[in-house]
Design a protein around this ligand. Sequence first.
Ligand code: BAL
Ligand code: ZN
Length: 873
Amino acid sequence: PQPVYLSDYQPPAYRVTHTELTFDLDPAATRVKARLLMERNDEVSDQTPLVLNGEHLALISLAIDGTPLTDADYQLNEKNLCIPKVPASFSLESEVEIAPSTNTALEGLYQSSGMYCTQCEAEGFRRITFYPDRPDVMATFTVTVIGDQESEPVLLANGNPVDSGKLENGRHFATWEDPHPKPCYLFALVAGNLHKVEDRFSTMSGRNVTLQIWVEKDNLDKTEHAMASLKRSMAWDEQTYGREYDLDLFMIVAVSDFNMGAMENKGLNIFNSAAVLTHPHTATDATFQNVEGIVAHEYFHNWSGNRVTCRDWFQLSLKEGFTVFRDQCFSADTNSAPVKRIQDVSFFRTAQFAEDAGPTAHPVRPDHFIEITNFYTLTIYEKGAEVVRMLCNLVGWDNFRRGADQYFERFDGQAVTIEDFVGCMADTSGEDLSQFMRWYAQAGTPEIDAHGEYDYVKSEYHLTLRQRTPATPGQTTKQPLHIPVRMGLVGTKSGQDLALTLEGETLGKDAVINLRDNEQTFVFTEVAEAPVPSLLRDFSAPVKLHFPYSREELAFLLTHDSDGFNRWDAGQRLAMLALDDLIAAHRNGVEKVMDARVIEAFRILLTGPVSDKAVLAEMLTLPSEAYIAEQQPIVDVDAIHAAREFVRQSLALALRDEFAATFEANRSDEPYAPTPEQIAQRSLKNIALSYLMSIEEEQAIAFCQAQFAADHNMTDVRHALTLLVHSDRDDLSSPALKAFGEKWAHDPLVMDQWFTIQVTRPQSDVLERVQFLMQHPAFSIKNPNKVRALIGAFAQNRVNFHRLDGQGYALLADVVIELNRLNPEIAARLITPLTRWQRFDETRQSLMRTQLERIKQEPLSSNVYEVVEKALA
Ligand code: BAL
Ligand code: ZN
């Protein structure tokens, strides 16, 4: 397969002004008739052939302006239909046959639990009909769906329903019209035996919008939270961005088999059931929050993505980075803002930093790709959102909001570029953002080496920042970036933020300094006392910051920093220093000694006044094994696991009474609600229970078993079950697992949790468990959620996946090879842990490479080929 390059972009030679589609549904032989009203662009010659995308389509007939074409009039291959001569303006009529029931790639039209549904982003529409399948071709659509009245009583497509009726032979039809021009990746169709819950939203201009969530009948009691989240999102986008919904109907459909989390199709969002269904007894707090965020994300795309879309797929972060930023702000406004930031950054620094440091590293705007579905990445989404956040902070919210207004107004109905977006922000703010644009072009995580000195005589603080971005594949030299560093100086005597004066300018007590050069020294004057710097507050830029903090300084920031994010980060850094010592001790075979300063810091946290329980729970959470691994030059999975367990157990032994008191103080019998207050209280109680269970005392075990048996809500049940299953005691683990598995055998989403809990335990029987569970009736390799819950989760189990006999790697490779045939998009994503082989010891490197080479021997999809090639390059 050959890469596509951004620099080769050409506008489309032919545009589609209107698209008419008729689907006659049949599992093995769906007929799709298309009538496309097309026009040649003025810039191209009248000799320009019409080239349409089309894959896995059986062509039945083709006509132009009603005149059938013969074989001599066109050329057809596996990917394209080419008609050498067409008029300047014409209608193209085609009929094709497709087979939804055998479409295991879950792109285009396919079947899930017997219903029909579609996924067209990025390039799935070409599996439905011949079309210019590119985002810069935008058309209005009229769609007629014909189905069986019994098996498909509900027939949905984008826009507004305009007609419906009965046909012969038990068939019926529905016609939908979408008046908003859209690219074909936003097309959607759903047909099946679905049931709806309905609500209304009155927009800011007083229009009534009907809201519907369509699900299978058994799931009707799991839609309340998604509906409430949708209404909150609609109100938030009006209040925050002045954006109003633009159709009379907004639909969400839940499907079980879905590659992504959800899809923002115009007026008809299709959701992975895991991203929409919730019930207190089946979903955890984390799922409730995730659903709220995804519902918001998809809804926000109606403007940032649908009304204004991407010119080409290299611009993917234009809509995704901006929309993730929007959904992050919405969740922060709706829940605890500091906790949202801590959780997002914690995930980002673990997973996106790893992507940036690996062989698949790419810029927020890549300049080439083989398979675009491989680029729905943490870099495009999350780093893209960090870049938009920096932009917002740089120009200030008022300018950013005016820039967003300008962007939506100027480019409404168009397919545009990242320059168009940033240009609006430059216009409204007057800022020069040319250096800032490098964030979109340069891959890799910038690192800042910082050091500071206090001059007692002059009362000055000199802060020197040096930036460097490591080389990434295809980009050996890097230019300095414009990095906004939000900071404060915390006085060591007063414990307060000191006033900042920089080059004579008074900046207040919390300010942003701009690092633009490779190295800059900032001299703060009139610094009345020796400070500890608090740098990169609220994670003001997606970089790694190195500052030689002493443990005493970190303990000081942990209690005194006015920035909640940096208080948390100081705790993480302090824990990391202790963990580093313990990892070294484990490797050297010397006795491990716990750092008393960490214990004291935790004691203060547990016994001091609590202003935000959710933040406290985060502060009591140790860096994950994956995050610790990211900080090591060579990852030693066993030493990391042993060191982290040692810290957990040492803290639990030293602070047993404090953890027990925290657990007791936060128990509650209140009826479940996913409110920020309740979620905070549960997370604090459950983190305390985790520490107590790490030493497996009888009292802790009793707490855990009681919480499991009480069956109050899934957050508590799942947490207790995880602790029991991850304990060393089979007498605790087996009965609980059995009871849970039997109780929830009928619920696929709960069974996914049951799979994950088992295959993430640290005990050494996990590989055999995975093999056993792959035969379980609730598992199916064709269902992406199952694959993620069982195989994906196993590959995150660091001690077991990285077994020294290589069997963990071999198992993953086996599954990748099978999925390469069935669902290449999921197969390519699943390989990720193997691509990180450079980070491990030589033995593991060799074992991982062996499996990558084994995959490479197969006849590969372009998706898997691209990832394996990069990993072995
Ligand atoms: N556009 C694909 C799914 C999402 O990012 O919303
Ligand atoms: Zn999105």
